[in-house]
Design a protein. Structure first.
Length: 202
């Protein structure tokens, strides 16, 4: 299938509307152990060290751990779920990131803001019907400063961070397989910091 694992997952979402969506996007963080010049390979996404719900994506430039994830360098993140479009028409989405990011809407890539770079914004416009649309966002940090923001504008809305009240996920989307016990990760997470999948060792 496509080399893009996010696209494969998104196509599945697009073909199976959520029966009872819940607030927030599912965020998954993977430790890449190395500086990246492009998005991780599909195999790198297999075992996230952290999976949790996030209400919106609004993380300014920082050298501190990204989004309270306890990791600041050499990692990637993915957000999946639905965006609830309030009115039919042309909607413009924006990704501002340091380093690379990309956005898929209803199974099609809309924004490619890839490669290592400082905080940079790219936009893409698409005609959407009113209602729920599947989205997936990939992000990677090569090292140093990191940041990620997801914004939009459309009929009746000025440019703004995509608000929490239009972002949803499938109610069972957090309940996926945990990583194997021999998976080695650099970071340990407290139980109250999202859904802990693996504490790492070695």
């Amino acid at each position: 299938m496509s080399k893009n694992f996010a696209l494969a997952a998104l196509l599945a979402l697009a073909g199976a509307p959520f029966d009872d969506p819940k607030p927030g996007l599912v965020a998954e963080y993977v430790d890449t152990y190395r500086g990246l010049s492009d998005f991780p390979k599909p195999s790198d996404w297999r075992w996230p060290f952290l999976r949790r719900l996030e209400p919106a994506i609004d993380y300014g430039s920082t050298e501190s751990p990204f989004a309270d994830s306890k990791i600041a360098d050499h990692f990637a993140a993915r957000w999946t779920g639905l965006v609830r479009v309030p009115a039919e028409g042309e909607w413009t989405f924006f990704l501002e990131s340091d380093d690379g990011s990309r956005l898929f809407v209803d199974g099609k890539q809309l924004i490619d803001n890839g490669g290592p770079h400082g905080m940079k914004e790219q936009a893409g416009a698409v005609a959407l019907t009113k209602g729920d649309h599947a989205i997936a966002i990939d992000y990677f940090d090569q090292g140093g400063v990191g940041g990620m923001r997801f914004s939009w504008k459309g009929p009746g809305r000025e440019k703004e961070i995509v608000p929490a009240d239009v972002l949803f996920h499938a109610k069972d989307d957090l309940d996926r397989a945990a990583p194997p016990e021999d998976s080695k990760l650099r970071w340990k997470l407290d139980a109250n910091e999202g859904k802990q999948l693996h504490t790492g060792h070695g």
